[in-house]
Design a protein around this ligand. Sequence first.
Ligand SMILES: *[C@@H]1O[C@H](CO)[C@@H](O)[C@H](O)[C@H]1NC(C)=O
Ligand SMILES: *[C@@H]1O[C@H](CO)[C@@H](O)[C@H](O)[C@H]1NC(C)=O
Ligand SMILES: *[C@@H]1O[C@H](CO)[C@@H](O)[C@H](O)[C@H]1NC(C)=O
Ligand SMILES: *[C@@H]1O[C@H](CO)[C@@H](O)[C@H](O)[C@H]1NC(C)=O
Ligand SMILES: *[C@@H]1O[C@H](CO)[C@@H](O)[C@H](O)[C@H]1NC(C)=O
Ligand SMILES: *[C@@H]1O[C@H](CO)[C@@H](O)[C@H](O)[C@H]1NC(C)=O
Length: 940
Amino acid sequence: MSSPKECLSLALILTWLVLLSICQDDLAVNREAEALLKWKDSLPSQSVFDSWVSPIQSSNDSTLLTPCKWYGISCNQAGSVTQIDLSDRGINGTLQNLDFTSFPNLVRLVLYGNHFSGTIPATIGIASKLQLLDLSSNSLHGALPLSLANLTQVSELDISRNNIGGILDSRLFPNASNQPQTGLRSLKYLLFQDTLLGGKIPQEIGNLKFLVSLVLDRSHFNGSIPPSLGNMSHLQALRLSENQLSGKLPETLATLKTLTDLRLLFNHFSGIVPKELGNHSSLNVLHLAGNNFTGQLPPQVCRAGKLVNFTADSNNFSGPIPVSLRNCTSLYRVRLEHNQISGYMDQDFGVYPNLTYIDLSFNKFQGELSPNWGQCKKLTLLKVAVNMVRGKIPDGILKLSQLVELDLSSNQLSGEIPAEIGNLTKLSFLSLKDNKLSGSLPAGIGSLSNLESLDVSMNMLSGSIPYQIGDFSKLRSLCMSMNKLSGGIPYQIGNLAYSLQELLDLSYNSLGGEIPHQLGRLTSLEKLNLSHNNLTGSIPDSFSNMVSLTDINLSYNSLEGPIPDSEIFQSAKPEVFSNNKNLCGNISGLHPCTKTEQKGGKNNKRKLLIIIVSSLAGALLISSLFFGIWRNQHTSKSQNSFSIWHFNGRILYEDILEATKNFDEMYCIGMGGFGKVYRVDIPGYDVLAVKRLNLQARDESEIETIKHFGNEVAALTEIKHRNIVKLYGFCCRGIHIFLVYKFIERGSLADMLRSENGAKELDWVKRLRVVKGVAYALSYMHHDHVPAIIHRDISSKNVLLDSKLEAHVSDFGTARFLNPESSNWTEVAGTYGYIAPELAYSMVVTEKCDVYSFGVLIVEVVMGKHPEELISCLRSSDKASIQHKDVFDPRLLPPTGLIADKLGSIMKVAISCLSANPQARPTMRIVSELLEIVQLPTDE
Ligand SMILES: *[C@@H]1O[C@H](CO)[C@@H](O)[C@H](O)[C@H]1NC(C)=O
Ligand SMILES: *[C@@H]1O[C@H](CO)[C@@H](O)[C@H](O)[C@H]1NC(C)=O
Ligand SMILES: *[C@@H]1O[C@H](CO)[C@@H](O)[C@H](O)[C@H]1NC(C)=O
Ligand SMILES: *[C@@H]1O[C@H](CO)[C@@H](O)[C@H](O)[C@H]1NC(C)=O
Ligand SMILES: *[C@@H]1O[C@H](CO)[C@@H](O)[C@H](O)[C@H]1NC(C)=O
Ligand SMILES: *[C@@H]1O[C@H](CO)[C@@H](O)[C@H](O)[C@H]1NC(C)=O
């Protein structure tokens, strides 16, 4: 029992101790606070540090006595700093004045995503409790301080992606698919991403015995891997890709029992990869690509059956395929191309249910393609180019329904191309070049509707070219040279006008007949080689439309007549035309054309004209069918003044001529891509707008015009909607086609918005109504009309306003019936600035393209002008940065109250319509329902 006195003195001692400890903590805390303030003061003044205020400056707030509540600072219970997290704030400055000696309890230092420059201070080694050091995405440079080796508590070390200086530009790495994963962060690691660190990896790094992950990708490290890495008995991930490391891999790597992820790609390593690699650990990812390794691949890389991603491409590996790969069902991606690996395609590989990608090209593989490959059902890419593979193409391979790229070029494959090749409907790249394939090209190949590149050159293929090739609406490059193909060139190749851009090579075959003039439609084609065939007749005049050609070869045929009259042909080298029958022109090596030869050229033109005229007649015939239906429906219903119209349209033509004084410019009210529009007042009739399509242009555009015309009539005569411009009918006279519309008094929305007075007259309420009108028209066309019609060219030019400023959508020139049977592929249609982004890479037009253009239109109506690049801000998350004043047409008073709300709602609709992902855009039905809710005060 202790006496009360003793109790009292014990209590006093305790109190004193507590006080003392608080005092000490306070001292430490003050030191920490002072160190932080000192650092802050060394940096340019930045708002992120606003809460970092000295206690003296705000002594009335006692909570600021410690830094624990400052932005980015966390403390332990004793009030000492354990974490500094200033990530992603774009802070400028250096770390030189951050005094690491002041933070005895610092566990995490997270500074990624800033602009810190300079070097990593050597004093960092003093913060010995650090577990996570993340300095990624900064501008640090220099070498790793050796003192890092004193940070023995660090469990993960990541200094990856050192590309701020632009030295390791991604363009330097053509095999981009091999780029390492980025953004690897976990709670406990040391990270120096996106800095300019470099130098050697210090031997002392081996001291970090507890390191689990060492990530130094994309930096400037050189020298070799220190063998001391073998001491890191917990190491799971070692990622050193994209540095300048060299030398042999230390044998100790293979002894790390925990290693699952080894990435060494794009360095200068050489020598042999330790044979034992994989013997003691269970590898999941192994990237050895892009080095100078020699010798064999380690045989046990997949001993544990866990290997998922394996690359060893672009080295000097030789010898057999690792035995453990045969049963390695976990494989997902494999790249072994560009080595000297030997092996047998039908023996060394098994069935890999998860394999999506395997490239074995440029090696020494032999044997036949086993049907097993057909059971790797997920394969999207299979490349075995430039090997020594024999035998037939097995049917099994043709079951790979996911296959996108198949490259079997430069082998010794024989037999025919199986007809079932058409089953590979996802295929976009097919090369069978340089084999011994024979027989004819199967017509089934026409089902490969996604094909972008087809190369069957350098085989022994015979028979004719399947005309179905004209259906490959995405084909960019077609090479069939050096075969024994005969027959004519299918004119359908001309249908590839908008896709075939790179190459058309049919050279060194036995093709005969005349060159189809339709090839002249390939106006984007760069390389054309028809040489070494038996082509006869003249070079089609239409070839002068091929304005993109950089390479032409028509030599070694039996062509005659004049060289096409275009700069590209006239300035071509003589070899291009050599060894033909009788070509003429003002080119050295050719004789100048005689009169008869030129006439021959004219004759050609005439033939072309006849074709055009007859196809025009065809188009009209089809159109008149539509018109007939229209007429029958309407004559019976009403005494429509135009019911007397018929195909010939003689009476009206005279009337139109008279009313427009023979199409005097004074009656011209507009001009579109396909002709002028005239106002026609005929006494006793409504006022009309007559669109006069002129067919005197070059043949290419004539064909377009006819197509255009057929579409326009077919679509429009069937439509009756209050927000769609009424087409009464059409007539044809000589080389002109006339479309007769109801005249819409106030002209286009574009013109209205452009004029100062127009813009003022079109107040907020009227603008909202315009938007709604267009939405109803589109919703009707997409969802109520059968078949659905996509407008394809919604823009303010194609929205006309009547006397009450109500919207009428016009110009269905590019509309086409949305027939589920027919392909929706199309040439680029629409108006620049309104075209949905997906059309840039896929040309599939869906009604969502209209939805996008409509979104642009809404913004335009609100702003009073085309939004230009503001569109991308609206689409991105950056909406907040758009000021109201930027959005509302300054020519009107700023909207208030209800109207402002409505405008806000339709802008939201616009933003959803502008989504980059077509699927994320609402349908026009939903849009018009949404707008329905936007009731206006003056709406009925
Ligand atoms: C850093 O400097 C840049 C350029 O001087 C500046 O734009 C940026 O706002 C600065 N960062 C901060 C957080 O102040
Ligand atoms: C590591 O720590 C030890 C002892 O604390 C010290 O002597 C040594 O200088 C430090 N090493 C480096 C490179 O800072
Ligand atoms: C690769 O290694 C071989 C010898 O092993 C050497 O001759 C060659 O120069 C090296 N290539 C490169 C690019 O380092
Ligand atoms: C394998 O590679 C693919 C494609 O690069 C990647 O998405 C996947 O995450 C990788 N798997 C592993 C385990 O690294
Ligand atoms: C592959 O698996 C089979 C059966 O599962 C086994 O018999 C064979 O030894 C394995 N081969 C290799 C090389 O591991
Ligand atoms: C195939 O991939 C799936 C999903 O990633 C995985 O669950 C499965 O285990 C894999 N199969 C093999 C044989 O590794």
